[in-house]
Design a protein around this ligand. Structure first.
Ligand SMILES: [Zn+2]
Length: 427
């Protein structure tokens, strides 16, 4: 049902969701209406690896006036201010003002999104076609900001599995008054989590739990991921794989960016499953398509294989045109279903480890496949029987012998029921 995703976007998109800010917090608290979340707080100034959590920042008031006329006012749109701006209250010349204005030449009607989080600066953003308004010689500029210690907040929805091996599903909730980047990823993540919780997906087995544990994380880009990992280092060894979701509401096709590891099991599975949903899938190596929180989770000294699923590029990126008008509801549903399917495959896959010796007496266990009815599987099983050494997962074997994943899994599950193999996690 796309309603949840659309309602969530409609609810949260216009908030000035700066990385550490009251409006980001409001959005995160509002997210709890959609999903149970544990909220982690990391205070400003906390050292997180080589990073430091910044102060809370918010724009109380910001405008430009000339000849008694207000030319730009952040009250009209949250993107008019450069995020992270320092306060200013001054009269400046036209040249000085222009040095502090940002616009986008290739999108003259849109306000660009600009941020300078970590350097002293002040500035405004305008549509390029507003430039003729700035004909006066002198301007009054006023920026009043909140800049004080606060807490960076991360929302986590944990789904316990049969194993502590964990799959991360990450999206970022920051970015003021924009939708595709990355409220769209948040919306898809929330809906996937809700469905996982309802056990619509997952090889739930007898315990009624998915096989893997899942951590759905909603956080401010980069610093949020650094803060989460640096304050939860003990969890990292069990983080088996990650999926970063972003920009999934725009009309373009799904695009896969592989992990830093490039040829991990997650990469192969993501490529295979996404191709089912997006035939002719475009994919690329780590950092050749996009750069986001996967740079943290799959970064130096962490190396949790993380793929990124997006619809990059889209022309409204980082502008006021990234608003609910660009949302194609069917694309959100399409992306959500692809992610659910990827999870379904990851849940189903495992590494079979033989417990028997000698050639397997298949008929004795009802495992023989008649070559007259299924020659391909009959032939494949001889190869499979010789490769149950705890090294290859089902997907790898299915590819090697060119048989359907689910057909081979069905056979192996029956062997598992007979105790002929042990199940080891594929991730
Ligand atoms: Zn962005």
């Amino acid at each position: 049902m796309p309603d949840v995703m659309l309602r969530l976007i409609d609810d949260l998109w216009y908030k000035a969701r700066h990385i550490v800010s009251d409006e980001y917090d409001e959005a995160l608290f509002r997210l709890q209406d959609y999903l149970d979340l544990q909220i982690h707080e990391v205070p400003s100034g906390t050292q997180c690896w080589t990073w430091r959590v910044p102060n809370k920042w918010g724009c109380r008031e910001a405008y430009i006036e000339a000849d008694g006329q207000r030319l730009v006012d952040v009250a009209d749109h949250p993107l008019h201010i450069v995020y992270g701006s320092r306060p200013v209250d001054a009269v400046v010349t036209r040249d000085e003002l222009l040095a502090h204005l940002t616009w986008k030449d290739d999108r003259p009607g849109a306000i660009p999104f600009e941020f300078r989080y970590y350097e002293p600066y002040w500035g405004f953003c305008i549509p390029r076609n507003w430039l003729p308004r700035f004909a006066a010689e002198r301007y009054r500029v006023k920026i009043d900001v909140v800049d004080e210690p606060g807490t960076l907040k991360i929302g986590e929805h944990f789904v316990p599995g049969q194993t502590e091996r964990c799959i991360l599903v990450v999206s970022h909730l920051c970015h003021p008054a924009m939708v595709n980047d990355d409220l769209a990823g948040v919306a898809v993540g929330v809906d996937v989590a809700r469905r996982l919780q309802q056990r619509i997906v997952g090889d739930s087995g007898s315990s009624g739990r998915p096989y893997y544990s899942y951590r759905f994380l909603f956080l401010p880009e980069t610093i949020g991921s650094v803060a989460y990992l640096a304050t939860n280092e003990d969890l990292i060894p069990n983080m088996a794989a990650g999926i970063f979701l972003e920009m999934l509401a725009s009309p373009g096709p799904l695009v896969l960016q592989r992990s830093y590891e490039d040829q991990s099991r997650l990469d192969h599975m993501a490529s295979y499953v996404l191709n089912l949903h997006e035939p002719g899938l475009q994919e690329g190596a780590f950092r050749t398509i996009i750069g986001n929180d996967e740079m943290v989770f799959d970064g130096p000294g962490v190396r949790i294989p993380m793929v990124s699923i997006s619809r990059w590029p889209y022309p409204e990126y980082h502008t006021s045109d990234d608003n609910p008008n660009l949302v194609v509801p069917e694309k959100l549903v399409h992306a959500r279903d692809a992610v659910i399917d990827l999870i379904r495959y990851l849940e189903a896959d495992y590494v079979p480890q033989r417990t028997f010796r000698g050639p397997l007496f298949m008929s004795g266990y009802g495992l023989w496949v008649d070559w007259r009815t299924n020659l391909k599987l009959n032939r494949a099983l001889e190869w499979v029987m010789n490769h149950l050494e705890g090294e290859l997962c089902i997907a790898e074997m299915a590819r090697a012998v060119d048989v359907d994943f689910w057909e081979l899994k069905g056979w192996l599950d029956r062997a598992l029921d007979h105790g002929l193999i042990r199940r080891q996690p594929a991730l």
